[in-house]
Design a binder for this molecule. Structure first.
Ligand SMILES: [Zn+2]
Length: 90
């Protein structure tokens, strides 16, 4: 699975798309998409998954732009985005 496919899955999932639609869009099997979503803790129904992503973005554990996990440093300000690039795109 490529980085692009990962991001696409996360975006579609956030929009509430089902595994089948996502699988067709990114060109992976439905099982592959489902297990990926499970590993990202965004399995389940669309709305619940969206909520989960939004919660994680709000508490700073994932980037709200690309949904990549953010590693917070122990000191200083909490980062909202994974990179300067995402901060600007947002
Ligand atoms: Zn990002």
């Amino acid at each position: 699975m490529t980085e692009n496919q990962r991001n696409l899955i996360l975006r579609l999932r956030k929009d509430g798309e089902g595994y089948k639609t996502i699988a067709n869009t990114v060109g992976l099997s439905r099982d592959r998409v489902r297990s990926f979503c499970k590993s990202k803790n965004i399995a389940g129904f669309g709305a619940a998954a969206t909520l989960n992503i939004e919660e994680q973005a709000t508490d700073g554990s994932i980037c709200p732009n690309c949904y990549a996990p953010i590693v917070q440093s122990t000191k200083g300000r909490r980062k909202k985005f994974c990179s300067e690039k995402c901060r600007r795109e947002w």
